[in-house]
Ligand binder design. Structure first.
Ligand code: PGA
Length: 253
């Protein structure tokens, strides 16, 4: 069966209550207008402060709710952290893990991301595990090697398509307006699927959605989303505007 396309918005640290609710209502209204589309899935990942209100604002629309990070413990003395159980409790079904901004700002390692993913998956969340090379790594010709290492290190053993999504986001393409060529993206995605196949078996790897992220806009979305191993997009900046987010989604309808 063909993999569905996942159009995912990563709002990052943006939005106060009123903005978040307005954005979520806008997305919900537009997705409702699309009617029953069985080949595309929608996801928004607001900051933790907005999860509950965004959940309410999305009511009745086929848009899933996700968080941007979680701890690997379900509760306890971890000041400032949020557990997978807390995320499912407020209606999340996804959590982004290992985004390059968390790897850079919080020193998150593949091993830590793996631990978080194990816990999130066990709690019933789908882990959107992010990987991607820096500009220096790309210039050194190490893109595939870095991606292989990140996949092997951060994706838990026994992961399935029901509990796992991969997002390939070249660090240098995030928020910069720069993107790899379509051929480069396809090459990396095919390699990711090959590594997943070795790690999890071909049947599982063929079902796992691999998203591209990094400066995706309505103007370049079609180029990436039509590639054979690209199963959707993780969208930062453009997910903060209803028309841009939907403008990307409509390229795969
Ligand atoms: P961007 O961010 O679309 O603003 O480049 C993507 C991401 O970081 O997920």
């Amino acid at each position: 069966m063909a993999r569905k396309k996942l159009i995912a918005g990563n709002w990052k640290m943006n939005g106060l209550l009123a903005d978040g609710v307005e954005l979520a209502k806008g997305v919900a209204a537009e997705v409702k207008k699309l009617g029953r589309v069985s080949t595309v899935e929608f996801l928004v990942c607001p900051p933790a402060t907005l999860l509950t209100s965004v959940k309410k604002a999305l009511k009745g629309a086929r848009v899933a709710l996700g968080a941007q990070d979680c701890h690997f413990n379900l509760k306890g003395a971890h000041t400032g952290d949020i557990s997978p159980a807390m995320l499912t409790d407020v209606g999340c079904s996804y959590v982004i893990l290992g985004h390059s901004e968390r790897r850079a700002d919080h020193g998150e390692s593949n091993a830590l991301i793996n631990k978080k993913a194990v816990s999130a998956q066990a709690e019933g969340l789908k882990a959107v595990i992010c990987i991607g090379e820096t500009e220096a790594q790309r210039d050194a010709g190490k893109t595939l090697e870095v991606c292989r290492e990140q996949i092997l290190g951060s994706v838990p053993e026994g992961s399935t398509n029901k509990k796992t999504v991969i997002a390939y986001e070249p660090v240098w393409a995030i928020g910069t307006g720069k993107t790899p060529t379509a051929a480069d993206v396809q090459e990396v995605h095919a390699e990711i699927r090959k590594v997943l196949s070795k790690k999890l078996g071909r049947a599982v790897a063929n079902k796992i959605q691999i998203l591209y992220g990094g400066s995706v806009k309505p103007t370049n979305a079609k180029e990436f989303l039509s590639l054979p191993d690209v199963d959707g997009a993780l969208i930062g900046g453009a997910s903060l505007k209803v028309e841009d987010f939907l403008g990307i989604a409509t390229k795969v309808l």
